[in-house]
Design a protein around this ligand. Sequence first.
Ligand code: ZN
Length: 480
Amino acid sequence: MPVFDVIFRDALIYDGTGAPPRRDSLAITGERIAAVGSVFPNEAREVVEAGHLALSPGFIDAHTHDDRIVLDAPEMLPKISQGVTTVITGNCGISLAPAVFDDDPPPPMNLLGGAEAYAFPDFATYAAALRSAAPAVNVAALIGHSALRLATMTDIRRKANEGEINRMQSMAAEAMASGAAGFSTGLFYPTNAAADRAEVAAIARCFAAAGGVYATHMRDEFAGVLDSIEESVATSADAGIRLVISHHKCAGLANWGRTTETLPRLEDAARRQPVNLDVYPYAAGSTNLRQDLVTPDYPIRISWSKSHPEMTGRMLDDIAAEWSCSLHEAAARLDPAGAIYFQMHEDDVRRVMCSPIAMIGSDGLPHDAHPHPRLWGTFPRVLGHYARDLALFSMEEAIHKMTGLPAHVFGLKGRGSLAPGNYADLVLFDPGAVIDRATYDSPRLMAEGVSRVYVNGALTFREGGGVARRAGRLTGGNNI
Ligand SMILES: [Zn+2]
């Protein structure tokens, strides 16, 4: 009988800790890593000669809106093809549970779909659907504050009263007991904006008590970004919860360059309490098309439109010219819609990625008709473009930001590093060739250079061969 299921022989091993690579072999048995080292018996069902390929822990997408696609398209091709083996869902206050709707959900909840998508009155129901869908990737699920508010409040334009907070706290406790990983807010969004610090802290405290983390799309990423950082740090300290600043950026021309102010603040706070951030490797953001984000200052591309689907993928200024109207009038006619905003400076994006507290998160929007290329390209772009080609940081640092660091921050037990006993979430890739191909014009091009991806020991993706098996499960929080 073979001792191991698979041996990867003489691979360039990046173990996820940030340590320099070394040439070693790694063996897996069942769903776990059985051995890592230079000498062990070559008895296995399969021996993979790694040659020039690198082996690392599966990538953890620290920021996603994959709540629904893990159910509807469980092959998860946009992510697994990048080497992603775990996604953190439920970000920006938006989660599929525990809200249900009779009519079209309000923005930003409509980024996940229409009323038919929201079929989960509690997290246990969502977790059961996830188990039966059996996605290709593991899922660590955050519960969105907007979902909680819409599930408990009749008027979300005000802050929650005591009774409503009590009901949100019960929902938080149910979610954590049923396998959720924490809490998120999107204080920038109308469904969440009326919540004050006391409301956020009261609910976050409940998640903290059950071992959850707190991620926030802050109230303001423009002129008020420093105040918003202060608010996020104070609220999480008050609640005693680990903080993640979502997709950190300084948006809008007037704020370009200000990451030289925000990053020292965040890194200073991180010396006193647990603070991290996530970042995607692009200078454009994407969300609903909003009047307050429409400006001639930066280009805007339409990612979807319900009223004018034929305008999908086109630039807003072209559409306005064709319609002989203002940008704001064109935006009003396209509504409800989504957009890609070229609102950041590349120097800021690079500075944020370099921060030692930064994790990589795609923030991809899988249901958009013409999505931001981050959905298909984030991880190979960080490895190939930023680490290898631009030498912004070393390959081992890049990999740590997408493996060991997020596994620690989100409490993903047994994941994020290559050590015996850990889950065999693995990526075999070509460090000389790995690169994103998705662009703003062609956003669905699959990345190159990701050879094989294993999830919980199962060979899930092969380059050129698609998705073979699906072995993902709930992780984070109280999941083992
Ligand atoms: Zn967000």
